[in-house]
Design a protein around this ligand. Structure first.
Ligand SMILES: [Zn+2]
Length: 202
């Protein structure tokens, strides 16, 4: 069985490929048709299949259009998961928006990208159950000997070099006894400590 363990991603601005822009231009046309025709129903996850995109109007109100973009050619480990507002779709289609902030997998062989930090990568973020148990055992050992939060982050980075804020909160905070002893981590704190520990390791 595979178990989810989300790795930290690189947050960066990515240029929007022509292929994606062309596909979103087709989406704009489809949305205009749907405005005029109540029979066109787009509110399910594969309602829109145009160009290199598959998705639908099934996300939260802030970004209701959810798509997977499959760049042409090699489809493995290159998927983009997009959640967009209609205005953003139009801005991209018309060339007003030429780059987009994405959370990108850090693994060398994975080019998957996610609009939303909470998304997990099918390839990078799912692991063999035995590996996860082994990892958790090492984490529990680490928790017994750390004397400070910074110490904990240092040790955690040694076990999980690709760690991001979400993985620290997910893996580290739930360890029994640790939060009571050293205090719980907050997002800002983890960000600062990860940064500090990475810099001192360079
Ligand atoms: Zn990945």
């Amino acid at each position: 069985m595979r178990v989810k363990r989300v790795k930290g991603k690189d947050r960066r601005l990515v240029p929007i490929p022509d292929e994606l822009r062309d596909s979103l231009r087709e989406v704009v046309t489809l949305l205009a048709e749907a405005d005029a025709d109540p029979e066109i129903y787009l509110d399910f996850d594969d309602a829109i299949q145009v160009g290199a995109l598959c998705g639908g109007r099934c996300g939260p109100a802030s970004h209701p259009f959810v798509f997977t973009y499959f760049p042409s050619g090699d489809w493995t480990r290159r998927r983009w998961h997009l959640s967009l507002h209609r205005a953003e779709i139009e801005d991209i289609a018309e060339g007003r928006m030429v780059e987009i902030l994405m959370y990108c997998c850090k693994a060398q062989n994975c080019q998957c990208k996610f609009r939303d930090e909470s998304y997990d990568c099918f390839y990078c973020d799912w692991e063999n159950e035995e590996d996860v148990q082994r990892f958790n055992a090492r984490l529990a050992e680490l928790a017994k000997r750390v004397a400070s939060k910074e110490d904990g982050i240092k040790g955690y980075l040694a076990l999980n070099p690709e760690a991001g804020v979400s993985s620290v909160i997910a893996d580290y905070n739930p360890i029994r006894g640790l939060g009571e002893r050293l205090g719980w981590f907050t997002v800002d704190e983890v960000e600062t400590l990860l940064d500090k520990c990475r810099r001192s390791a360079d």
